[in-house]
Design a protein around this ligand. Sequence first.
Ligand code: PRT
Ligand code: MG
Length: 218
Amino acid sequence: MSSNMITLALSKGRIFDETLPLLAAAGIEVLEDPEKSRKLILPTNQPNVRVVLVRATDVPTYVEYGGADIGVTGKDTLIEHGGQGLYQPLDLRIAKCRVSVAVRNDFDYAQVVKQGSRLKVATKYTGIARDFFASKGVHVDMVKLYGSMELAPLTGLADAIVDLVSTGNTLKANNLIEVERIMDISSYLVVNQAALKLKQAPLRRIIDAFASAIPAEK
Ligand code: PRT
Ligand code: MG
């Protein structure tokens, strides 16, 4: 690989889709559709820029260790990763949602908090959940899950979940209600710190173009 190649890590789905307009502002066009291609490395119209497709939770790791120079990742994922070794120059204000606590309609969350009883929490976001409940003084038993958190309260696996909510439709469809809003989430540009020094000019160009194309605050 030539040393002036810029590798950008993205995950398929909403992050890829919502990053496309920012790439366009930088004059970068991805030449293949990740939903149609089986390739994990996608060329762009710029010979020195390529996109690697990784799991959303792996983006910070790729950038931390230099598997990619730059990436786009949710604040949720960034907090759970820890952010070590990553320069985080921009809140891109895309892929917005929130991290919330949800329970079954018929579960008396306020009572559990008031009485100081233990709460069984299922989540992929154990770091965020631990900090949040510790700050409230609520004792929790944490169950780590990797997906379909909504199922946990319905099957008795947990009393509550900590998960991402955007429209609220998924909670509603599963008879769950949002009882706490922990934090607002959007996606960030993350940059490998060594790459920022070694490939300063091309990375600065991308960072500046992204900055100029960030959607306005709603
Ligand atoms: O899906 P997969 O397991 O492959 O990986 P992933 O879930 O980590 O990736 P992806 O692409 O689903 O999410 C990547 C990032 O998008 C997350 O880290 C968030 O920062 C951001 N994002 C924004 C969201 C949502 N909105 C969102 N609504 N990620 C997930 N959701 C899910 C949520 O988990 C819940 O299941 O959508 C459901 C709720 O949506 P509503 O609209 O019904 O409330
Ligand atoms: Mg998902």
